[in-house]
Design a protein around this ligand. Structure first.
Ligand code: NAP
Length: 479
């Protein structure tokens, strides 16, 4: 903690906010203040944008191999410092150390993946239909970007955007979530050490997100917004991006269905449910939000899931043997409590958990609800906590219709041993990603993203870099 930067990172230098403002970073396991970081205002954001704009032209002309090697070095440093970064993330966000280490590996992998993609940006050459004209296609960086990240994966949500932006030759202003600024500042220090030129990445930590970001989006110099967060904020930012026609990528909320058919292997389904529900204490956009379980297996599935959930150890993420850390803050926990109370009022039965523990910290126990009424609020609200809500279904058409009956479409999980059914149901689900007999889909080599109100564009995979590139077509008449 002592070496972690707490100032803004602008033009390659660590600086205070122009008005000297700072904001507190809390430890969600104790509610105590960990430290203070600079709290940027619009003037600081302007300076960060100036630095990104000034660096853009030269950065776009750097050799792809040079950009690739910076990312590769950054990957190696992140891996080397796994323990330090994991402790930092656990301190500011609460996840258990083992999960934080897993996130460091996941986050680092975006740097390695995009170091490999930086040297594979292709173009094209062709003869037009008239047989005379030729076309040359090249791909250019889109220009200075604004990157806005949430608190739930403080390191990986940063590298998933910074990696492709660097690979493509874009400069950027990163605004992390105010609950978890330290991971992003640590990342900036690592990239500087890895040789990233001044001004390519600028980090503004702030408690005044709207005041800081809106002028950048409307000002006409930022050419791209890459946002990860809630659908409500995404919608607002899309509207703000319209004036200057800023290109956008949106990774928004989810409401994942988790479907267990009567022919599912229940061992796999319960293992999958533990991952799809409990990764990150349920604070994940990919978290299973609605468990649809066939009537014939619901009792056994519910019993086995409740047994596994009840055996998890809740406590501060730094303590050995802890599986479930605190939720991010009192607001986050309050929302979970309200959703559970609403479901119980409408007739849900609590198989395990459901009661907020006494004492400091934002802890909530792993909870399984069964017999959930489809009209319960948690059916159309991201729970963002360790609560599994089980409903029943009787046939395939019915469950597909109910799974799709939501404005979101990020991910769905399907458990069945029938290949026909697996493919048929996956194709019918209105989602960007499907976990087939698995509770984990995230992988840096795969295109991550949703349909409907879960977002626009994809991050990671071969297509991740496309979000940061534009085509230029050159018309060439040939005698
Ligand atoms: P959030 O409230 O939407 O905030 C996300 C980021 O946007 C934060 O940095 C936040 O800063 C900023 N922000 C809020 N209002 C803004 C404004 N007017 N202008 C500019 N920036 C603004 O979401 P969250 O609670 O941090 O994260 C949870 C949400 O993210 C969930 O809905 C989850 O599903 C989603 N998520 C999606 C993915 C995905 O890949 N699809 C991945 C992870 C999380 P402030 O907090 O200061 O407002």
């Amino acid at each position: 903690m002592t070496d972690t930067p707490t100032q803004l990172f602008i033009g390659g230098a660590w600086v205070d906010a122009a008005d000297g403002a700072t904001m507190a970073v809390d430890d969600p396991a104790t509610g105590e203040i960990l430290c203070h970081v600079a709290d940027a205002g619009p003037q600081d954001a302007q300076r960060a944008e100036d630095a990104a704009v000034a660096a853009q032209e030269k950065w776009a002309r750097t050799a792809p191999r040079a950009r690739s090697e910076i990312l590769r070095r950054a990957y190696e440093i992140v891996v080397e410092r796994t323990d330090e970064l994991a402790h930092l993330m656990t301190a500011e966000m609460g996840k258990p150390l083992a999960e934080a280490r897993g996130e460091v590996a996941y986050a680092a992998e975006f740097f390695r993946w995009f170091s490999e993609e930086a040297v594979r940006i292709d173009g094209g050459h062709g003869t037009l239909p008239d047989g005379r004209n030729r076309m040359l296609l090249s791909r250019r960086p889109v220009g200075p970007c604004l990157l806005i990240t949430p608190w739930n994966f403080p390191l990986a949500m940063g590298t998933r955007k910074i990696g492709p932006a660097i690979a493509a030759g874009c400069t950027m202003v990163l605004k992390p979530a105010p609950q978890t600024p330290l991971s992003s500042l640590a990342l900036a220090a690592i990239l500087k050490e890895a040789g990233l030129p001044d001004g390519v990445l600028n980090v503004v930590t702030t408690s005044r997100a709207g005041e800081v970001c809106e002028p950048l989006l409307r000002g006409g110099r930022i050419r791209k917004l890459s946002f990860t967060g809630s659908t409500g904020v995404g919608r607002l930012l899309l509207a703000q991006s319209a004036d200057a026609v800023v290109r956008t990528s949106m990774e928004l909320g989810g409401n994942a269905p988790f479907i267990v058919f009567e022919d599912a292997d229940l061992d796999k389904a319960v293992d999958g449910a533990m991952v799809a529900k409990m990764r990150n204490m349920g604070e994940a956009c990919t978290a299973a939000n609605r468990f649809f379980v066939h009537t014939s297996v619901v009792e056994e599935f519910g019993r086995r899931l409740a047994e596994r959930m009840g055996a998890l150890v809740v406590g501060p993420g730094t303590r050995d043997g802890v599986d479930v850390g605190p939720l991010i803050d009192r607001n986050g926990r309050g929302k979970v409590e309200e959703l559970v109370a609403d479901a119980v009022e409408r007739g849900a039965r609590v198989l395990v958990g459901g009661r907020t523990p006494e004492g400091p910290g934002c802890f909530y126990p792993p909870t399984v609800l069964t017999g959930v009424d489809p009209g319960s609020r948690l059916m159309d609200t991201e729970i963002f906590g360790p609560v599994a809500a089980i409903l029943t279904f009787d046939d395939e058409d019915e469950v597909v219709r109910r799974a799709n009956d939501t404005p979101w479409g990020l991910v769905g999980y399907v458990f069945t041993e029938g290949l026909d059914r697996a493919l048929r149901v996956s194709e019918r689900l209105e989602v960007g990603m499907v976990g087939l007999n698995t509770g984990l889909v995230s992988n840096p080599a795969a295109p991550f993203g949703g349909v409907k109100q879960s977002g626009l564009g994809r991050e990671g995979g071969r297509v991740g870099i496309d979000e940061f590139l534009e085509y230029q077509y050159l018309a060439v008449p040939v005698g």
